[in-house]
Write a protein that binds this ligand. Structure first.
Ligand SMILES: [Cu+2]
Length: 479
């Protein structure tokens, strides 16, 4: 708690100088203290995700990439059995330079065929990873060697070209640094992989058939579990984002205007840059944004689709009944996809289920409830569960008959869980910060130098994390 108070004291003094003259000394001072090396070889930082190591073999950069089942957690306690690469989902980031000769020794540890498509790469068709057209499928236990020379630069990615496997998570970032450094240079370069998932309650396996998504992730983590991007005031920042899923995501940054400097096809000419604060990252697209981090603060970066700003909560808010029993959310697959055989979409029977169903078996999903007061036993025969005992719903008085009369009430919930997300990168965040974070949401923390250094100190004290099972092979080949 003392740390937190100190932080705010420091923040207040730093802010006073800053806000007195946004274009003056505070910024210049911060710029001079920039630590990372500038230039085209500045490595891309991937919050919550690893890089794939390589070894040099006869002048070729050789990578070992393994497709496999990956057990992961989107937030603490939300266990997911997804498909990824080398022990992570999304897969580790591959980072090379324009002009490099690259060899990827790919192994399939999945129980079915697959291959790796190199999205946007100008490589021979036999190396494109489109099964049937350019190559045979890689069978379970099989292996395939991709090799190409890369004459492009920018933010690219790799993924399985089997649609259902894409929705199981088989995606990774592939950075090609340019021969001629981009201008202006940046001090920070971050990468974010955008994915969405359909996960039924009490089920760890994504439903790859679903048209509805209830978990949204950056680099395999959902807010508030996403590790913030740390920046010192005055630095120039690039954030690269790629999207593979069923939805386009309008990604919005708080407190800062940015320019879009690149797409999935590489660098955008400077004449085409213009100020924005929301950029649509469409399916199969990449967008690079850049900005000067002028203003100290903890700035949200998030998808602005309302349901993408939250985790699995859709069953519990929205048009809820106030009589206590609740209604089914989620019908069968047809209802979940909005197909109505009889009645109409707004009828009492179908209303809450349409567009909310998570597909197969969704009819055993929990009932909606108004969350006020004790809840009667569900019709499924399970013991009634009193949500008011969670303590997270303190915002709502336990019994308030007047409020219950207001149409639509309640909508949002406030569930701060700061203690679950204590890590150096979150040091000094305002109490209750985690209540604001959900779904596809992370932070760009623009820090005064002293707070930045304090966090670096805390990070240095952290024990090294053990490598995941699938990553051991890969680390062998590190230089
Ligand atoms: Cu979105």
């Amino acid at each position: 708690m003392n740390d937190r108070r100190d932080f705010f004291a420091r923040l207040a003094s730093a802010g006073a100088g800053l806000w007195a003259g946004r274009n003056s000394n505070a910024q210049q001072r911060a710029t001079q203290e920039t630590t990372p090396a500038q230039g085209s070889k500045l490595p891309v930082a991937m919050p919550d995700l690893d890089k794939l190591p390589h070894k040099m073999v006869d002048g070729v950069k050789e990578f070992n990439l393994i497709a496999e089942v990956v057990r992961t957690e989107f937030v603490p306690g939300r266990v997911v059995d997804a498909w990824g690469f080398n022990g992570t989902v999304p897969g580790p980031t591959i980072e090379v330079n324009e002009g490099d000769r690259v060899r990827v020794i790919f192994e399939n540890h999945l129980p079915e065929m697959t291959a790796v498509h190199w999205h946007g790469f100008e490589v021979p068709m036999e190396m494109d990873g489109s099964v049937g057209l350019g190559q045979d499928p890689v069978p379970p236990g099989g292996r395939f060697v991709y090799e190409f020379t890369l004459q492009q630069n920018g933010t690219f990615f790799y993924h399985s070209h089997f649609a259902m496997q894409e929705m199981m998570g088989m995606l990774g970032l592939f950075i090609m640094h340019p021969k001629q450094p981009y201008s202006p240079p940046v001090d920070r370069d971050f990468g974010l992989v955008i994915q969405e998932w359909a996960l039924l309650p009490n089920n760890t396996v994504p439903n790859s058939l679903s048209m509805e998504f209830n978990w949204l992730t950056f680099n395999g983590k959902s807010g508030p579990a996403c590790t913030p991007m740390l920046v010192k005031q005055g630095e120039r920042v690039r954030i690269r984002m790629i999207n593979m899923g069923m939805d386009h995501h309008p990604i919005h940054l708080h407190g800062n205007q940015f320019v879009v400097t690149g797409t999935e096809a590489g660098r955008t000419p400077q004449q085409l840059w213009y100020d924005q604060n929301t950029v649509l990252v469409g399916v199969a697209q990449a967008r690079d944004i850049e900005f000067e981090a002028k203003y100290v603060g903890d700035w949200m970066l998030h998808c602005h689709l309302p349901h993408h700003m939250m985790n699995q909560m859709m069953s519990m808010v929205g048009p809820v009944m106030h009589t206590g029993g609740g209604m089914h959310t989620g019908g069968g697959m047809e209802a979940g996809m909005g197909i109505v055989r009889q009645g109409n979409a707004l009828s009492e029977e179908l209303g809450p289920s349409l567009g909310r169903g998570m597909g197969l078996a969704a009819d055993i999903e929990r009932l909606t409830t108004n969350l006020i007061g004790p809840r009667p036993a569900q019709k499924t025969g399970h013991e009634g569960h009193d949500m008011s005992q969670h303590g997270a719903m303190d915002m709502y008085p336990k019994d308030d008959p007047e409020k219950k009369k207001i149409p639509g009430y309640p909508q949002d919930m406030w569930m701060p869980t700061d203690a679950m997300f204590e890590k150096p990168e979150n040091h000094g965040l305002r109490k209750g910060w985690s209540g604001a974070m959900g779904g596809m949401m992370t932070l760009v923390r623009v820090l005064p130098p002293d707070v930045y250094e304090k966090i670096m100190e805390l990070k240095a004290k952290q024990p090294a994390k053990p490598a995941a099972a699938g990553k051991k092979d890969a680390h062998h080949h590190d230089e």
